[in-house]
Design a protein around this ligand. Structure first.
Ligand code: PEP
Length: 249
């Protein structure tokens, strides 16, 4: 099955009106691509970014949502609000949310459910810590993180989702998984999804994330089960990010 590649940039809590304007000006020079190119700015800049990319080659993502629909949840942002700003994707279960903000598997599953209800496409981030990898728990961790979501929304919902395999030890560390290591895990994730639905498993795009750079991503994109990349640090540099998009084809 041919799956379109996605290259997504997670800007995390970076940027200012000025720096985002100049980053976007660089990105908008990229022109058309065979891959879907997604950017995830911080909430306050969604409106600015949406206005600048309107109708262009970039697709908007948010970095988080509330697991509640609306009401007295000071400081939270709802899925429906994001729909108002042209957001298509939302990152959920990012390891920084799991580790720093103590988001459990069940909170992540609740957020996935709300996102889907309001027409957002979750990018479900999963992945093991270094300790878990060293004790051969990589697959059991990924499977547990996926199973909780299957239990909450059903396997068919994965047709409207993207999975991002992001080994925690590779995020922001400069230590990327090798193309072969990524392929091994991606293939296993697909095989795990296939136990619930073969057809869904073939459709789901599985992205790799963790210190992806222009200089090393070509081998990654050759792998049959790697359907793109979720890029953190390197997405803050227009030239570098465009080179990653070009390498994806
Ligand atoms: C991320 O935060 O999703 C990520 C992959 O970061 P980096 O590319 O900086 O490792």
């Amino acid at each position: 099955m041919i799956r379109q590649k996605i290259v997504a940039g997670n800007w995390k809590m970076n940027g200012s009106k000025e720096s985002i304007f100049s980053l976007l000006s660089g990105l908008l020079e990229m022109g058309d691509s065979n891959s879907e190119v997604v950017i995830a700015p911080s909430f306050p800049y969604l409106s600015q970014v949406n206005a600048l990319v309107d109708g262009g080659c970039l697709v908007l993502a948010a970095q988080n949502i509330s697991d509640e629909v609306k009401g007295a949840y000071t400081g939270e942002v709802s899925a429906s609000m994001l729909g108002d700003f042209g957001v298509k994707y939302v990152l959920l279960g990012h390891s920084e949310r799991r580790a720093i903000y103590r988001e459990t598997d069940s909170v992540v599953a609740a957020k996935v459910k709300v996102a889907l209800e309001f027409g957002l496409t979750p990018m479900l981030c999963i992945g093991e810590t270094l300790e878990e990898r060293e004790s051969n728990q990589t697959l059991s961790v990924c499977e547990r993180q996926i199973q909780v979501v299957i239990d909450a929304v059903g396997i068919e919902a994965f047709e409207n989702m993207v999975v991002a395999y992001e080994p925690v030890w590779a995020i922001g560390t400069g230590l990327s998984a090798s193309a072969e290591q990524a392929q091994e895990v991606h293939q296993s994730i697909r095989a795990f999804l296939a136990k619930s639905s073969e057809s869904v498993s073939q459709k789901v795009q599985i992205l790799y994330g963790g210190s992806v750079k222009a200089s090393t991503c070509s081998a990654l994109f050759q792998m049959p089960d790697v359907d793109g990349a979720l890029v953190g640090g390197a997405s803050l540099d227009a030239k570098e990010f465009i080179a990653i998009v070009k390498a994806a084809g």
